[in-house]
Structure formats: C-alpha cells, structure tokens
Design a protein around this ligand. Structure first.
Ligand SMILES: [Zn+2]
Length: 477
C-alpha cells in the first residue's frame, strides 16, 4: 500500500500513470475474491482522514453503503470482486463535498433581483415572491433543481433551511443525497407557519415524522436568526431540539445590521446572547459568523459550535469578511457553504473553496494565511465535523459511509498537474466532477445523473419562473 502524505506539497502526477489502472467495466472474475457492491478507482485517492493519506493508483472498496477498504488498486482488485467498478483513468477520488448552509429551493429565485441594497432586495423582491409563490410545488421543483446542481458539482451532503421541510425530505429521499433538513422557525407569517410557536409546533411534527426514517436524512430545527426571533423563542426552539435529540442550524453574526440589532435589543452580541440563554446546550450549526470578537471565538470553541463560512454570499450582500483564519487557529469547527442561490448565485462548492482562500489572503495581505489543504478540509472532513456528521462521512476511511466523488483530471486546465490538492482547490470546477456516490449508491456516472429526471425538472422550473417574473413585473411597475 503506497501512502504519500499531502504535507509534501508537490505530488507529481503523470496522467500517463493512469494506464496502469484497470479499466474494466465488469467485476473481477477472481474466484476467491469477496463479492461486494462497488469499487471506485483513481490515479490518486485523497482520503482526507486524520493522517491526510493520498493513495497513488488507489481504490476504495464499498459494500452495503460502507467503506470496506481503501488502498492500492491492485490489492483491492485482488481482494474484492465488485458488481460495479468505476474505472480510475484520469480520475481523482475524494470525499464528497459538504455544503454546510443552503436554502436549496431558492434556485427558483436565482437572478430574480441582483445588485440591490439588502432591504430593497428583501422587501421588494424576495419576500413578495416568497409570500406569493412558495408552496410545496415551489419547494419540490426548487429543491430538485438544487439537488441536480449539487450532485453535478460533487456535493454529497447539504444542510438546508427552508419552508415545507417534508417536501425537501421527499426530494432528498428520492434523489439519493444526504441532508440535514431544518424546519424553519421564524416569528412572522411564513409560507408554512403563522408565527414562532406555530413553526416550532410544525417543526416538531416534521422531526417526529423523519427521525430514524432514512439514515441519509437528519431532521433538525432551523431558528432563522436572533433578529427574527426573541430570546424566549430561541430558548423554546433549543428546548424542543433537546427534547427530540436533534441539532439546530441558525444564521449568526452575519451582518453589521444584526450586530447593531443584537446590541440594541439584548445589550450583547449574538454569540453572547446565545451563550447567556443556554442556546449552545445542544449541537449547533452557525452559518456566516462574520463579526465574532475574540471572546466570542472562545465561546464557539468551548461550546463546539460548528461554524459555516459562506464567502460568496458574504461578498455579494456585502456582509463583511469573516475572521476564518483566526477561528481555525483557535480551534473552531469550520465548514463551508453556498447559502441560497438568490444570494450567491450558484451552489458551486469549488468556487466557495477558492473564494474562502482568496478572501482571507487579500484581507490580511498575506498569501500564506489559508492554504489549499486547509480549505479542502473545510469542504470535506472539517465540514462534516462542523455539522456533527464527522463520525459518519467527510473522509474516505474504513467504516464510514461511502460518500465519494471522482473528479476528471483530463481537461486542459488540469494539464499538467504538479500538486493534486492545489488543483482541486485552485483549478477544478463543477464540470470536472465525473461520478458521485452517496451511501454506496451511484447518483452520477460519467456526468450522467441517474436519480433525477433533469429534462422534466428544467421544464417545470422554466414554467414556474415565467409566473414569478410576470408577478414581480406587475409589483414593481
Ligand atoms: Zn442563509
């Protein structure tokens, strides 16, 4: 078994080495080999495990959704006979990407209004469109569109926050992805509830319906923020999450507006408020975290809060630059997310990786402040830990669930390749993802989506968009 540590920054890749890889579509016929479901091969297998192992001419053996073995392709082929093999020529194998914060169905509002001040954008475009159009059909089509885009781009797990969570769960169930789905809790009339109490009550129903129903789907609570909920409502949401043994996803310390609102209303910052009311007494995924102080960063570390950095959204809405390097240095559990497609405007985790690195570098005027391996970890194993699934996914390790992607390295922008990790962070884009496996099941093979009828979804999305466009035109005439 050949192991190369990614600490050695120049891993020389000769794509001609790929010729050594077996490329048979059929399973091995060796009589004494163990029969398993799937073998995924690659010129390199990037494990993202604790030892940061990289296997040259590697393979991963998978059965019943579990990773049985990872190592040298020749050894794996000798030991196992698989029903299906994903050949490794010009392929890099790595863990699927973890999108730690999204509002998937907002793909249907992508580009509906851009380049506006936040309140103009919200009050004249997003909220009116949501009030008028967001129903189960909107959420079904928008989430299908998002799952299509995310699978195509190599994302295998996402943490979502939107309305009608049962519909989101049904789409995730059928498309084969893994997701933590938040029942949104907000103290205003929303598409699926009247107020905070009503949204908590409905959220409990959702959690009871989906808990332990599908191992890929984790139902959680999604209290929107401390400027749309008061302290008692935040406490009530945490109490419900503890009672139902689940976690919480929330927007926290996102904008200067929130910072000021929190100080004016509660006399303290968002993180201090959360700490003071016991909000961190259970697992918490905090999206954005753009404005934490040093003291707040200490609280985040101590309380094991998972922080999700959303660089594109923070730039587009001009929320600010998150102190990611400081939080990582302090030991905060950090992941990456896209936020919704109306504030990004896509669900491309490769772009988030690149911008996460570049934004820290230019902010500090220091090119060494965020390295490619650090950012890749945030998008995979680090993100999995931040959302509380670190024991299950995020790395290619024996005993973990098989959420794995193959990235094609034959496009001109990958020729030549000196350092695979550098290329994955600074070069690779969505179109390079060739195959996607979640829980051992192949969802995309050679860029063909196998679980979503993309033609139907595109037609439905276009029809819905025509209605939205007409209504917004009338509204803003
Ligand atoms: Zn968000």
């Amino acid at each position: 078994m050949k192991r190369i540590s990614i600490c050695f920054s120049f891993v020389f890749v000769s794509l001609s080495l790929a010729a050594c890889n077996p490329s048979q579509e059929q399973g091995s016929s060796m009589a004494d080999a163990d029969q398993i479901d799937l073998i995924i091969m690659g010129d390199y297998v990037i494990s993202m495990d604790g030892s940061s192992s990289v296997y040259k001419d590697g393979a991963v053996a998978i059965d019943e959704g579990l990773i049985l073995a990872v190592g040298d392709a020749a050894d794996i082929s000798a030991e196992y006979s698989a029903a299906e093999i994903l050949p490794g020529e010009n392929r890099i194998v790595m863990p699927g990407l973890v999108n730690g914060h999204s509002h998937a169905a907002m793909t249907l509002l992508r580009g509906v209004a851009d380049d506006l001040a936040l309140m103009d954008w919200l009050n004249n475009y997003i909220f009116p469109a949501e009030v008028q159009f967001v129903d189960t059909e909107f959420v079904r089509i928008g989430t299908e569109l998002a799952c299509w885009e995310m699978i195509r781009g190599g994302t295998t797990t996402f943490v979502d926050m939107y309305y009608f969570p049962d519909t989101i769960a049904q789409v995730v169930d059928s498309c084969g992805m893994r997701a933590m789905i938040s029942a949104t809790v907000i103290d205003q009339r929303s598409p699926d509830a009247e107020n905070a109490a009503d949204s908590i009550r409905k959220g409990i129903g959702f959690i009871e319906r989906w808990k332990n129903k599908n191992s890929r789907i984790t139902p959680i609570f999604g209290p929107h923020a401390n400027y749309t909920l008061n302290a008692e409502q935040l406490k009530a949401t945490r109490a419900a999450a503890i009672e139902h043994d689940t976690s919480i996803s929330i927007h926290m310390s996102e904008s200067p507006f929130e910072l000021q609102y929190s100080k004016d209303t509660f006399g303290m910052t968002s993180v201090e408020l959360a700490e003071s009311i016991g909000f961190f007494d259970g697992p918490t995924i905090a999206a954005h975290m753009v404005w934490p102080t040093e003291e707040e960063i200490s609280i985040l570390v101590e309380r094991k809060v998972g922080v999700i950095h959303n660089p594109t959204s923070n730039m587009k809405i001009a929320s600010g630059i998150s102190p990611v390097a400081e939080m990582l240095q302090a030991g905060v559990r950090m992941g990456l997310g896209t936020d919704g497609a109306a504030s990004n405007n896509d669900l491309d985790m490769w772009e988030e990786m690149r911008l996460a690195a570049f934004l820290q570098k230019v902010d500090r005027m220091d090119p060494v402040v965020m390295s490619a391996p650090t950012v890749l970890k945030m998008a995979t194993s680090g993100g999995a830990t931040a959302i509380g699934l670190g024991d299950t996914i995020g790395s290619i390790e024996v005993g973990k669930r098989a959420d794995i992607i193959q990235v094609a390295f034959d496009d001109v922008h990958h020729v030549p390749t000196y350092d695979v990790i550098s290329h994955l962070v600074y070069v690779t884009d969505e179109q390079d993802v060739a195959s996607v496996v979640v829980d051992g099941k192949v969802l995309m093979k050679d860029r063909q989506l196998l679980t979503i009828d993309t033609k139907r979804v595109a037609e439905e999305a276009k029809a819905f968009a025509t209605e939205i466009q007409t209504a917004l035109y009338e509204l803003n005439r």
